[in-house]
Ligand binder design. Structure first.
Ligand code: 5AD
Ligand code: SF4
Length: 481
């Protein structure tokens, strides 16, 4: 799914308001996509009931958990380095236990215990409810593993503990897993089959967030457009579902509408959309509700039809253009971002030029760009030779990054000398005199704090910009406030 968080960034230690008396100390770090950060909030919730109190100091921890990412080799190397660090601390504090969660746990399974001898606990993304039992086993001196994938688990009944939160924006997961089987991607193997969460529990979580003062929710899934609720289980079985189930089913456009109506003052975003699954009724629903933000993360991966086919993407370059044209027709001010991979096996210079020309057509507001990294077990690894030299992958990546920089500047400048509505999220990283927030289109806006506060919706007159940030002055509260 979309990397809302930069995968290369350092994981963040998360703080949990836990029990104080007799509690054990948990240090939990997350790497990778937004879904991992969201999952860590579910883990924190499960463990808070077991009396775990979090610490930001690794040295103080009784239990260290790392929520891991397998999407590229580099992400796994980062985690291995962290494991070495944890083990160095464990040598001083032998009572400390170390657990690996998430995609790398799922991919490597017991190999972690056999090869690495660095961890006590290995838990896949669908097994977090088993953590209390697994920790009990570890307490008895055993190693513990649960990497069973589920066709039903959505954690819909767990109320996440908001960790490291700004109190304004939150993630709410709506689907888990992915059935698309893009040939480069390890996600279908690590996160299993696609399943949707009960809309009722989604609405309850959203209402609860609003009551706690949150103002913006991003609905999360590997492929949000394939959201379909008709009572649980696999979507494939929908063909067999009864007429009543079909009549009462909820698709993604309907879910968006339910959310937008439930909290009309709350902003809604979603991620990730898949070109082959995104339907125009989603775009039309976005147009009908002011509180659904006009921003779509729409990964394309490549601009070459031949490469798209080899990637098992179910859309062509032309299909993608048609979708972009429709989005622009229905939502003229909608911004679009992308994921692009350079150097997929067999990619020629002509294929690469197709990617650059596709970018020129769309002029994305921003994007996440990666050199192809072969992942064990994927179709691409089994059937195709990783034949593009690293230097070529990197050079093509740089060309894509440079072009994106140009387009980002072009898109950001479109908001210059205008008044934009901003939701204040936090203090600007560069100045404690300024607030940072985003407009509806997800562009970062920075402006002097004056008398405004975190969580306010304000109108900001923009006066300057860099390629990715608007700079301006607040001219008053917006009507949404
Ligand atoms: N190599 C490089 N990038 C990848 N992605 C997924 N798998 C790989 C891989 N093997 C990228 C895709 C996806 C994003 C989350 O990560 O662009 O959309
Ligand atoms: Fe991976 Fe493709 Fe599923 Fe995205 S849609 S998670 S890239 S398999």
């Amino acid at each position: 799914m979309e990397e809302i968080f930069d995968e290369n960034k350092q994981g963040e230690a998360l703080v949990l308001e836990g029990k104080t008396a007799n509690s054990r100390k948990l240090f939990i770090e997350s790497y990778g996509c937004a879904m991992n950060f969201s999952d860590s909030e579910i883990v924190a919730s499960i463990l808070s009931k077991e009396g775990f109190n979090t610490t930001q100091h690794l040295e103080d921890a009784d239990l260290v958990l790392v929520n891991t990412c397998s999407i590229r080799d580099k992400a796994e190397q980062t985690v291995r380095k962290r494991l070495e660090k944890y083990n160095a601390v464990k040598r001083i504090n032998p009572g400390m236990k170390i657990g690996v969660l998430g995609c790398m746990a799922e991919r490597l399974k017991t190999k972690f215990l056999e090869e690495e001898k660095m961890v006590d606990l290995v838990v896949g993304p669908d097994a977090y409810k088993d953590l209390p039992n697994l920790i009990a086993e570890v307490d008895e001196g055993h190693q513990a593993v649960n990497v069973i994938l589920s066709k039903e688990e959505t954690y819909g009944d767990i109320s996440p503990v908001r960790l490291h939160s700004n109190g304004v924006t939150a993630f709410v997961s709506i689907t888990r897993g992915c059935d698309n089987m893009c040939t480069f991607c390890v996600v279908p193997f690590t996160r299993g089959r696609e399943r949707s969460r009960d809309p009722q529990s989604i609405l309850e979580e959203i209402n609860d967030l609003w009551d706690k003062g949150f103002k913006e929710v991003t609905l999360l899934g590997q492929n949000v457009d394939s959201y379909l609720w008709y009572g649980g289980g696999l979507k494939k079985d929908f063909n067999k579902a009864s007429d009543l189930q079909k009549a009462t089913a909820t698709n993604f456009a309907q879910l968006l509408e339910l959310c937008a109506k439930a909290q009309p003052k709350m902003r809604f975003r979603f991620s990730t959309s898949n070109p082959q699954d995104m339907t125009l009724d989603v775009v039309e629903t976005m147009a009908r509700f002011k509180n659904i933000c006009n921003y779509i993360h729409l990964p394309v991966q490549s601009g070459s039809n031949r490469i798209l086919k080899a990637m098992n993407r179910q859309h062509t370059r032309e299909d993608y253009f048609e979708l972009i044209d429709n989005i622009k027709r229905i939502l003229p001010d909608c911004t679009i971002s992308h994921d692009i991979i350079t150097g997929f096996p067999t990619e020629t210079e002509a294929d690469h030029q197709d990617t650059l020309s596709l970018m020129d057509y769309v002029k994305y507001a921003f994007g996440y760009m990666f050199a192809y990294s072969e992942r064990p077990g994927t179709m691409a690894e089994r059937k195709l030779e990783d034949d593009i030299p690293e230097a070529v992958k990197k050079r093509r990546l740089q060309e894509v990054v440079d072009l994106q920089q140009k387009h980002s500047k072009y898109r950001t400048e479109q908001f210059l000398n205008k008044t934009v509505e901003v939701l204040i999220e936090k203090e600007s990283k560069k100045s404690d005199m300024h607030w940072m927030g985003r407009n509806e289109q997800n562009t970062v806006v920075v402006f002097p704090k004056e008398h405004y506060n975190i969580g306010d919706f304000v109108n900001v007159r923009t006066t300057d910009c860099t390629s990715a940030t608007l700079i301006g002055v607040a001219v008053g509260y917006s009507e949404n406030n």
